[in-house]
Structures are given as structure tokens and as C-alpha cells.
Design a binder for this molecule. Structure first.
Ligand SMILES: C[S@@+](CC[C@H](N)C(=O)[O-])C[C@H]1O[C@@H](n2cnc3c(N)ncnc32)[C@H](O)[C@@H]1O
Length: 228
């Protein structure tokens, strides 16, 4: 766990700067997709897990949500506070062990964070726990197919290893455990959530991973927490 904190603490300012320069104020397709699914935010209590520099939280706030953000990296939370001083509910937390009560949120979103977990189902379990019955989770993660192609094509798709992903024109590199689709779409997930939407992308935008515009960089799932 210390390594994960250290990774983003080490690259926080470079990550934020590279992202800003790459998008130059344009909204990226991943973010647009998240907000096309997490809609009608007015008055909703929303949590972003692995919120990074808080850009998605700022957007959700403008759309009328009461927003909360957590990230395991104190430096990333520092970047979020610096970038968006109006965000009050930011805290350093591990998404494997959230310090929120059961059934607290209407919506949980996450952009490119869950793939950093060794055990994805554990993180999804926490998201499920803090969501209200009937609540919505929208999470977007690095596509296992992308991980396989760029990082582990010399080994089996099923081999669990750490892969290094160069982002934003090779300006910053992050390492993350490789996952399979089956690690996300587990029997547990099917019994605790209804899958409302699945999408792979980006379809139109320039990929964040240099020269890899021909296959999906991410997938996104919209889930509804079962009521019973
Ligand atoms: C690729 S960045 C994405 C940040 C932001 N969501 C965005 O889209 O720009 C991944 C983020 O997940 C955070 N993260 C990784 N493991 C985490 C964990 N176990 N709990 C909470 N945050 C975590 C990292 O610190 C980092 O800020």
C-alpha cells in the first residue's frame, strides 16, 4: 500500500501539469462519458474515489451535487485543494477501507483509479457499502485489453504482473497491476448491482497513451445498487 501512496505522491505535480497541457482546457471523452451516465446531479450526494486533482468533483459541484472526494495520495489531495479551493470535503483515504457510513451516497464516480487496486472486488465492495440502495456507481478504468497490449503482451493475458503505462505523450508514467475483465465482472458484482451500461472508449478523442489510438484505452460501467 505504501508504494501506491508513494507513486502518486512522487508524480502528483507532473501528472496534473501533463494532464492540463494535454487537454488544454478541453473536456476529455472519458469525463464526458462519466457525466453522460452520472446525470441529474442536482442535490445529490456524490463521492469520487481516487479523485486525483479534483477536476471531476469540480464539474459535479457545478452541476449541483454535494461533493466528496477521497484519494490515497496526500499530494494529490493537495493538488485538488490548490486547483479547486471551493471543494471542502476532500480527504486522504484508501478506497479499500472508506471512512464513510453505510448507505451514505446517491452516486459514486471514479475515473482511472480502480485499476490501481490489487483486489478490484474489495474496492467495489466498499463502493457498494457506501452507496444508498438504488444508488448509482459510474466507474471508468484502464481497459485490461490495453494493459495486455502495451504492457504484458509477452506474457499471458491472465498473468498478474505490474505494468507501466506512459501517459500524456510519455510525460508521466504510472504503474498498476494488470487485470482481466473477469476481475471486474464477477459473480459478486452481478448479485449486488444491476449493470445499467457498459461502454469502451475513447471512440473519437486522441488517446492518452501515445500511438495507441486503435484500441480501447478504458471501459466504463454504470451500476445500480440492488435495493433488497
Ligand atoms: C490515474 S489517477 C486518476 C486521478 C483522477 N481520478 C483523474 O481522473 O484524473 C489515479 C488516482 O487513484 C488514486 N489511488 C490509487 N489507489 C488508490 C486507493 N487504494 N485509494 C484511493 N485512491 C487511490 C491515486 O492516488 C491517483 O490519484
Amino acid at each position: 500500500m505504501k508504494n501506491k501512496i508513494a507513486l502518486y505522491d512522487r508524480i502528483a505535480s507532473q501528472y496534473v501539469l501533463s494532464q492540463k497541457r494535454f487537454y488544454r482546457g478541453r473536456q476529455d471523452e472519458a469525463t464526458r462519458t462519466i457525466f453522460s451516465l452520472a446525470k441529474n446531479l442536482k442535490g445529490k450526494k456524490l463521492l469520487d474515489v481516487g479523485c486525483g486533482n479534483g477536476d471531476q468533483l469540480a464539474l459535479a459541484c457545478k452541476k449541483g451535487a454535494e461533493v466528496y472526494g477521497i484519494d490515497i495520495s496526500p499530494k494529490m489531495i493537495g493538488e485538488a485543494k490548490r486547483s479547486h479551493s471551493f471543494l471542502n470535503n476532500l480527504s486522504v483515504q484508501d478506497l479499500n477501507k472508506l471512512r464513510f457510513n453505510n448507505n451514505s451516497f446517491d452516486i459514486v464516480i471514479s475515473r482511472f483509479a480502480l485499476q490501481h487496486l490489487d483486489n478490484v472486488e474489495k474496492g467495489l465492495g466498499e463502493i457498494w457499502r457506501v452507496l444508498k440502495p438504488g444508488g448509482t456507481a459510474v466507474f471508468l478504468v484502464g481497459h485490461p485489453f490495453m494493459q495486455f497490449l502495451i504492457k504484458k503482451h509477452k506474457t499471458s493475458y491472465f498473468t498478474k504482473n505490474i505494468v507501466s503505462v506512459p501517459l500524456y505523450g510519455n510525460k508521466v508514467t504510472v504503474s498498476e497491476p494488470a487485470h482481466t475483465m473477469s476481475e471486474y465482472l464477477t459473480p459478486w458484482l452481478f448479485s449486488h448491482f444491476k449493470i445499467v451500461h457498459f461502454e469502451e472508449g475513447p471512440r473519437h478523442a486522441k488517446s492518452e497513451v501515445k500511438s495507441l489510438d486503435r484500441f480501447p484505452l478504458y471501459f466504463v460501467l454504470e451500476l445500480r445498487k440492488n435495493r433488497a
